[in-house]
Design a protein around this ligand. Structure first.
Ligand SMILES: [Zn+2]
Length: 410
């Protein structure tokens, strides 16, 4: 069986275009990470000749993607004369639209090349509605957002759309294979939205998009490997290994929500197994357990999760004990993750981000105690960088990765 290598350069006989695309990707990523940066320092960072960098930069300057701004003080040497001219990406030179598909709503954001949201909106998702109806509403919201910003002349700058889909997603076909929380099976997400929006569209799993955003723009910018663990209605992880998203053979890498934590006597999971991590720490489970402990706290509020966390912060002993137990299980799961991936960094998103202050100590203790040979002590645990906007910024990062950093003619 043949295993296609995702990037042409790794294959013998790479085409000139793929070499150029690869070199330009490395150049743009180094610009992003080190700007303002001179040509000379870029050449060193990219492992390319100064001539090659100068030629590529000339193309990017001509297309308005890069501009000269100030001097590169890092590259300046004492007594070596004037410090070299620095380069920067032009933030609003290109735009993308990020669409995060959650369980209750889709969140949309028009972002610049720094994944900075310029405008955004939401589209509600209605339970038991067909995928077609939901996608029509999402497409209408997207068109509205583009039109509204279109007054400001975004026309030619909009490169494409990134979609962070719920559940199992085939990146090559653009099909959302299975989204249990939405009841979707084999939805041709990419083709449907491409047809309706008349724009290039790329899709991936939504948590994987969030991991990518952290790796390109967030706390993971300077680490080679990270795990982004997200908890909300479901629990999952996005993995970045050696600077690239790791998707796995069937695009299912990171499904840690279905790690068996309580094999005997555990609650039944929607996946059909018993005692999965998701049956211990997702939002519905957390709220339901809190209701058993103190129904008053849960029922007095329209936002039961936030009410539970607030009560725990005020010192509610029963709820604190409940969260400590959930943190313990999460810590065990992270120890397992550390033993498999051994990441530099683990980021917690969604409700794990909201409850980070309450969970951190117990999660870390369990993770460090249970990971092999002290590996747990080398992992940094942090709350997600983009908080509540992680979904749409993640989807935008996917679009930027696909249509900006990997395209020779951005
Ligand atoms: Zn499960």
């Amino acid at each position: 069986m043949e295993h296609p290598i995702p990037f042409g350069i790794a294959r013998a006989g790479a085409t000139l275009l793929s070499v150029r695309a690869y070199n330009q990707r490395i150049l743009l990523l180094n610009l992003l990470r080190h700007q303002p940066v001179s040509r000379i320092r870029l050449a060193r960072l990219c492992g390319l000749s100064t001539t090659a960098v100068t030629n590529m930069v000339a193309g990017l300057l001509a297309r308005g993607v890069v501009r000269e701004a100030g001097t590169d003080l890092v590259a300046a040497r004492p007594g070596a004369g004037r410090p070299p001219q620095a380069l920067q990406l032009v933030p609003d030179s290109r735009l993308v639209l990020g669409i995060h598909i959650g369980v209750r709503r889709a969140r949309l954001a028009l972002c610049d090349v720094n994944a900075q949201p310029l405008a955004g909106c939401e589209a509600p998702l209605v339970a038991h509605e067909s995928a077609g109806q939901s996608l029509a509403r999402i497409a209408a919201a997207a068109s509205g957002l583009i039109e509204q910003e279109g007054q400001a002349g975004i026309g030619g700058r909009l490169l494409g759309v990134g979609v962070g889909a719920s559940g199992l997603t085939d990146v090559e076909t653009g099909i959302n294979v299975f989204a249990p929380n939405l009841g979707w099976r084999n939805v041709a997400l990419r083709d449907i939205l491409r047809e309706q929006l008349r724009l290039p569209v790329t899709v991936d799993n939504n948590v994987r998009c969030m991991a990518l955003a952290e790796s390109l723009y967030g706390a993971g910018r300077n680490v080679r490997s990270l795990a982004y663990v997200y908890g909300r209605m479901a629990v999952g992880a996005g993995l970045v290994v050696d600077g690239e998203l790791y998707r796995g053979a069937g695009f299912g890498a990171g499904e840690i929500g279905h790690w068996t934590m309580v094999p005997r006597g555990g609650k039944r999971c929607r996946c059909g197994n018993h005692g999965c991590l998701e049956t211990l720490i997702s939002e519905p489970v957390l709220v339901e357990r809190a209701r058993q402990i103190d129904p008053y706290v849960v029922e007095q509020s329209e936002q039961p999760l936030q009410a539970v966390l607030a009560a725990a912060r005020r010192g509610h002993a029963g709820l604190r004990a409940m969260l400590a137990e959930q943190a313990f299980y999460l810590g065990i799961a992270l120890a397992n993750l550390v033993n498999v991936v051994n990441p530099h960094l683990i980021l917690l998103g969604g409700l794990l981000y909201e409850a980070f202050d309450l969970l951190q100590r117990d999660v870390e203790t369990a993770m460090r105690r249970h990971a092999f040979g002290g590996l747990g002590a080398k992992v940094t645990l942090l709350p997600a960088t983009f908080g509540e906007q992680a979904g749409e910024i993640g989807a935008a990062a996917l679009a930027l990765d696909h249509f900006f950093f990997r395209q020779p003619a951005v």
